[in-house]
Design a protein around this ligand. Structure first.
Ligand SMILES: C[S@@+](CC[C@H](N)C(=O)[O-])C[C@H]1O[C@@H](n2cnc3c(N)ncnc32)[C@H](O)[C@@H]1O
Length: 274
């Protein structure tokens, strides 16, 4: 075990880590590597403290008997790293696509985390159409209810938009004052372009519209094993329109799903029709 017994506030065995790993995989599809042993300890120790329990074993029993705790468990263990215009070439490609196809467009951001990605999509759409009232519908979803709350609020630290051009900062963010000093908030017109909803990619079916034109599903598939990736992709593709695009993260390799997606370059794919 990685967490040294001397440092442990709560009893935590290898069997506890295995039980957490199994439960997380079942609830989210996420495969935790062996090296995540101490991350699991520190993140769940917070829950054990809040619940005033004495050990991981007690926590796991509590989790089995208290369904609402499952949401806290999932929120505690997801990795939500994201940023505005992460992998910026995808937003250049999106702008070019929208300019070339200036029609009503449905975009689904399928692991939207704290909102930086869907708001980057919205900023790109406004830039492409030159106005806030653009014909783009953006659905943003995530399994983690806590990140969705942050995303809906659209409030960020000022340093998170440090690298954005000054005109974008002016057009798309309000600077916080008083209690919100050092923060910025996405303007209402941009927030209104994005609908956030909770969605688990492991569910049998997805409560989102059909005929999605562009799917952003970036940096989430890396947490799933290959059979799970294939299963999820098959479900996502059912929601995609003819001539649609699937945009993946830079480290997501879909060589094993060539029956579902055809690569177009730069981790952009189109669905294959059967
Ligand atoms: C590393 S973040 C990626 C955020 C963003 N797509 C990006 O590329 O910057 C991964 C996100 O996937 C979400 N996630 C993990 N498992 C999921 C599942 N089964 N269904 C939906 N979202 C999931 C996590 O909650 C997290 O917010």
């Amino acid at each position: 075990m990685v967490v040294s017994p001397a440092k442990k506030e709560f009893t935590y065995s290898t069997a506890d880590f295995e039980a957490v790993r199994k439960k997380l995989k079942k609830l989210t599809g996420i495969n935790l590597a062996d090296s995540k042993d101490s991350m699991v300890y520190s993140r769940l120790a917070r829950r054990i403290r809040v619940l005033k329990l004495g050990s991981f074993l007690q926590y796991l029993t509590y989790l089995d008997n208290n369904a609402p705790e499952q949401e806290e468990f999932v929120n505690a263990l997801t990795t939500n790293l994201t940023s505005f215009f992460r992998e910026s070439h995808h937003f250049d490609a999106l702008e070019a696509h929208l300019k070339k196809n200036p029609k009503a467009t449905k975009i689904w951001c399928a692991a939207s985390s704290t909102g930086e990605e869907p708001y980057s999509i919205a900023m790109t759409a406004v830039k492409a159409f030159g106005k806030f009232s653009c014909p783009v519908q953006i659905i943003a979803s995530d399994i983690d209810s806590k990140v969705l709350q942050t995303a809906r609020e659209g409030m960020y630290r000022s340093d998170q938009i440090r690298d954005l051009p000054i005109e974008m900062k002016r057009q798309f963010f309000h600077r916080g004052t008083g209690n919100h000093d050092g923060k910025v908030r996405v303007v209402k017109e941009l927030r209104e372009l994005v609908q956030f909803q909770k969605l688990n990619l492991m569910d049998d079916s997805y409560a989102i519209p059909k005929n999605i034109d562009i799917v952003f599903c970036r940096n989430v598939m890396i947490y799933f094993d290959k059979p799970t990736q294939l299963d999820i992709l098959q479900k996502i593709v059912k929601h995609m329109a003819h001539d649609s695009l699937y945009i993946a993260g830079h480290s997501e390799n879909f060589g094993h799903v060539s029956q579902v997606l055809t690569p177009l370059g730069k981790t952009i794919y189109k669905p294959k029709r059967g």
